[in-house]
Design a protein around this ligand. Sequence first.
Ligand code: HEM
Length: 537
Amino acid sequence: MSTNAAMGNITSSFTTNANLASHLAADHSAFVAVIGVIIATYTFLWTLLRLTQDAKEPILVSTSIPFLSPVFGMIRWSMGFYNHMRDKYPRLPIYTLRLPGTRIYIVNSTTLIPVVQRQWRTLLFPPVTARATEAAMGGSKEAMSIMRQDMVSENGFLPAYINAIHPTLSAGPALDELNEKAIQVITRSLDKLVSNGSTKVKMFEWVRQELLLATTDGVYGPANPLRDPRNMEAWHKYHPTIMFLMLDLLPHWVFKQGIQGREQLVKAFVKYQSEGGFNEGSTFIQRWVEHFTSRGIPEVDIARCHIGGMFALVANTTPAAFWTIYHIISDPSVLEDCREEVSHAVQEKDGICTIDSNYVKSSCPTLISTFQEVLRFHGMGNSVRVADEDQMLDGKYLIKKGGLVMIPSRVQHRMRSAWGESADVFDARRFVRKPGASRPNPVAFRGFGGGTTLCPGRHFATTEILLFAASMLLRFDVCPVNGRWVTPTTANSSQAEAMEQPDSDIDIELRPRPGADMTWRFSFGGGKEAALVAEDI
Ligand code: HEM
């Protein structure tokens, strides 16, 4: 190499190094600037968090990244998040989570639950219903202003709505008639299955279809919009998007299909309203419509609210029925006991088998206990209340106006102090009364919620599910097509619902039992409803 060339290389290498050094210096300052911004942002958020948190509020947790740690926790642990937090902070009766723009007070202690429920005039549920109506059902400004006018007093639209429907869903002729209509639909469908001989079905899909048709026929009557397969398809498109629409975080075009489904249902329910289809429906739906029309809710919004009502009707009943039937038929000893119990509810005369619904609701302890255990084990409702003003809870904890108070039922349902060491195990006979044994703490059982928002549809759903299960046990043997029962996982359950949903379906074969082809009927009337929650005992 010549001297010149060598010099050139040295010069060029020097220039390159100088460039590199200046690049590194620039990169270094950019790096320092980024770190500076991160530290400044972190310090700002941390200070903001501390300054806006009152010492009297429940202890603040999950703060490593201010305002975002709870969000990451919810994404990571999904529906197990609150149980994870309970295990992490086992001594906290209540704690605060701070999310962007929201503070949530999570109640873990069984003793605080009745306190929250007693403060129903300042810890409100109606704002939650109103928000769902607006975000997920598309309620108009006019309808929302009627709904939001008074959310506290008994004259307010939403509290008065619950009062209007309550008598039609409580023990009495209106409820009996509703349950009778619904079970007739299931019976007709089972008759058809029997006449087809052994049939293979996908269990969840099949249970869902049976209940959707039975429940909506029972409620809406002969003009039931869900009888039209296009509307049924629209429901299946819309239903999975409800939770995302309620969260209202993403633009609506992301859920185009779901919204198309919803709008198709709105048209169908507008027709149902304008043609007076409800006049031939249940007493429940007549009182429901009466309330909405008397308060001046526009027709199209009534149709939107019908869709919200449908969600309440079927969203939890379907998985609850699936799990009840699954846990009975997949356990030979539970199956034997339940079948024996319901066989005493049947009276046969002249080829007609009549099942006494009162007997099923009151005298089949293993069947009823299995259903209750389904509500405990698979129940995942988060009771949410909105604080209407600053207030003290139990004289100890400051709840700030606008904050959400939440009671996650999964935390209660898996509490060892309430359910013992077997809290994480499904035990079909857990609720069967045993001589000398004490009852589990009823406050820890939140399958139907509790307090003023205790589910008004619980008797309808309970009877429908128990009678469906009884019919199945009496008329069919059920086998898994692949020869063994494998309990589906539930990790992907939609958190808009109060019951876990199976992640995968099960192929089953329904084989008619001897006598399945006789005429099957139900008798109703005069009996009490099954008492599953403290308020009914
Ligand atoms: C197994 C089936 C069902 C389950 C597990 C269930 C569960 C629940 C739960 C946990 C709540 C309380 C929500 C809270 O406090 O935050 C609730 C409320 C409610 N449920 Fe159900 N439910 C079922 C069936 C039904 C049915 C069939 C209807 C309609 C007839 C219905 C109508 C309602 C209504 C309207 C509310 C709100 C009450 C209020 O605003 O005060 N539910 N349900």
